[in-house]
Write a protein that binds this ligand. Sequence first.
Ligand code: SAM
Ligand code: SF4
Ligand code: SF4
Length: 344
Amino acid sequence: MQNPITDQLNRPLHDLRISVIDRCNFRCPYCMPTEKEGTHYSFLKQDEWLTFPEIVRLTRLLVELGVRKVRLTGGEPLLRPGIVDLVKNLSAIAGIEDLALTTNGSALSKFAAPLKAAGLQRLTVSLDSLDARVFKHMSGGKGSLHEVLAGIEEAQRVGFGSIKINVVVQKGVNDNSIVDLVSHFKNSPHVLRLIEYMDVGNCNHWESKYVVSSKEIIRLISQQHALEPLPSNYFGEVAERYRFKDGGGEIGFISSISQPFCQSCTRLRLANDGKLYTCLFATQGTDIKKLVRQGANDQDLSSALKAVWAKRQDRYSQERSEIRSKTSKQKVSNPKIEMFQIGG
Ligand code: SAM
Ligand code: SF4
Ligand code: SF4
């Protein structure tokens, strides 16, 4: 295995996020708001999806180029038929040090045991509130809090030790839920991660007034639970880590808006339509599926993958305000990729 390849800003290729489906059974307002009359999402047709052999082949080649961490996401990844088989095939690739999956947790009770048996190492579950009414709103009226909590419990039972719990914080929507969530997961093996609401995609009609900064969230939590910062575990870690001073465990903050971390961003994203994206906020991807289906050999594919990373210079979060004013003028012709298409 060769040394990891680096991009224009000298960032190594280290993480791969694979979106295995663009559909979802939830309609979280910050990601995929409920369709209003006359609007609908145009999802990919099944023959446009990357197949499992295609995903596994591209992953294997990317591992040869430096990828060590692989995360499956979506849409809702547990809706992809055969997801357990994909995990099994990916877990057999030598060189992957961390194989994880992010889910809304609605089907986790059913899938936790088979996913564990197939070799999945870590789970992230999204859960925005423990207040059933707020939860319902934040899943677009589709989710059941009870099912998600049961899913987390089952995942713990089958051996997923420390589960990450993602919370997207929106001002006036679920910021009142934060302290309850913290109290619930404190003294458990799980790690709550509070995420600043990001301007990903276009359909959530993001406005900065709905963002609660990590600084503000930390201030809120500290009124009840004293926190102290921890050093990061590795280069490129997205969350800033803190611990409860009384030994109640760890908590993380993801501050894409208030403290961008592009300088250490080592993530490549593979969407379900076979396009590669070098940034969560990209407007264009590279169609690697086309090359695969034209019969490219491993060497040609590997060169194409290398070229995508080699020319990467994305740093959207650091350039946010300038780019936002430009893209708002080109909204129709060149929209940003949506979160449910690219994965979080
Ligand atoms: N459906 C799965 C889930 O919700 O966990 C996986 C896909 S979802 C797109 C991945 C992560 O992105 C979730 O934790 C979700 O909360 C987060 N997310 C979606 N839209 C976001 C936004 N606008 N700002 C911040 N995080 C967002
Ligand atoms: Fe679905 Fe996840 Fe997006 Fe919510 S955040 S709509 S669960 S893909
Ligand atoms: Fe990485 Fe793009 Fe996010 Fe910056 S804005 S951290 S480059 S995904």
